[in-house]
Ligand binder design. Structure first.
Ligand code: P6P
Length: 362
């Protein structure tokens, strides 16, 4: 007979919750957070709706070539190019539509913004509005989808300023510290939702037999130290001097100033790389390089760097532009790009030191 609610001790942090112990569904977790006063009913509904949309995306992604949704969007030789200047994949467009439709009618949002849409979208007049703003990258890493490598959905939640319900682009331009929730869903060997509402970072695995996300790690913790870095080394010759020096010392290993050997991983799917770092530590970086410097960087602040940075900080890690705490960057544009360093706190601080020493001597 299942033990009643109040006799099940809360699992220790970073304690994988194995099958067999009393499972905690995403719904139960959110109800407990609402009961504790950390979220309200509208935010609980928002997260449930996003999670449900991610289940739908997971099914579409999982069909692969059998679903007729691989390859580029657009017709004939007319590629579909988004505001980022990137060719859209069919699944980019489909995932975006799934998230828009799922969030239109619930009455919890004042507006939405997406990597795939030039400007923010208001909630249709036919539906009630709420006070939250949802930003998302509907399918991050989608260039990997055609080669069957993990991709994911990233989302960030803000409050509409002064409780407004008619959001404009400028209402979204809040620093990452203003996020009330953030998360991603990774479509890999298993489909996992990783979420924070400001009370730790927790992982939920999709149990396809019951169709629910079930908590599998309460309180993910990133080790402060690491021997693993994630960067696209093919850009090395384009990096700024402090990044060249920092990575050069990583590569020098135990014979160099760092005194230890490092390993490298680069999936080229931010969700997959960040999930590995949340799970076992490491540092992820997409620094400025001379190719992307004019745009401010490669990765987008509002719906990639900020949500990932909140998740990482909530797991004891650090997140920076190399020169500033990521969550304190004051946005100036919906699709603003930034250099990104995030992961094991000591390693992010080391990378920041290389930049500070370079800038001080320049
Ligand atoms: P590169 C995917 O397109 C993405 O936005 C991130 O998910 C990923 O970390 C990065 O770009 C990969 O960039 O230049 O290595 O292809």
């Amino acid at each position: 007979m299942a033990a009643p609610f109040n006799t099940v001790p809360p699992p220790m942090t970073n304690m994988p919750i194995t099958a067999g112990s009393q499972s905690i569904s995403l719904t139960r977790y959110l109800i407990e957070e609402q009961r504790a006063g950390r979220i309200n009913a509208d935010l609980r509904l928002l997260i449930e709706v996003v999670a449900r949309a991610c289940k739908t995306i997971s099914i579409a992604v999982g069909k692969g070539a059998l679903g007729g949704v691989l390859g580029d969007a657009g017709t004939g030789d007319e590629a579909s190019i988004n505001i980022q200047g990137e060719a859209q994949k069919k699944l980019d467009v489909l995932s975006n539509e799934i998230l828009l439709e799922a969030n239109a009618w619930g009455g919890h949002l004042a507006g939405l913004a997406s990597e795939e849409m030039d400007t923010s979208q208001p909630i249709p007049d036919a539906y009630p509005r709420g006070n939250y703003l949802l930003l998302f990258d509907p399918l991050d890493g989608s260039s990997n989808i055609d080669v069957n490598i993990s991709v994911g959905t990233i989302f960030s939640v803000l409050r509409a300023p002064d409780g407004g319900t008619h959001a404009q682009d400028e209402h979204f331009l809040q620093p990452g510290t203003a996020q009330v929730a953030a998360g991603y869903c990774t479509y890999g060997p298993s489909t996992m939702l990783v979420l924070t509402v400001g009370n730790g970072t927790h992982a939920f695995t999709l149990d396809r037999e019951i169709g629910s996300f079930v908590m599998t790690t309460r309180g993910m913790r990133i080790p402060a130290e690491t021997k693993e870095f994630a960067v696209n080394m093919s850009n090395q010759r384009f990096w700024e001097a402090p990044m060249q020096a920092y990575v050069g010392d990583l590569l020098a290993g135990s014979q160099g100033p760092r005194g230890k050997d490092f390993n490298m991983r680069w999936v080229a799917s931010m969700v997959a790389d960040v999930h590995r770092i949340l799970t076992r530590g490491g540092i992820f970086s997409y620094p400025l390089d001379s190719k992307c410097a004019a745009k401010g960087g490669k990765l987008r602040l509002m719906y990639e760097a900020n949500p990932m940075s909140l998740l990482v900080e909530q797991a004891g890690g650090a997140a920076s532009t190399g020169r500033q705490r990521m969550l304190e960057v004051q946005p100036t544009g919906l699709h603003q790009r930034v250099p990104v360093f995030l992961g094991s706190r000591s390693e992010v601080e080391a990378a920041e030191r290389y930049h500070a020493e370079h800038d001080a001597s320049a």
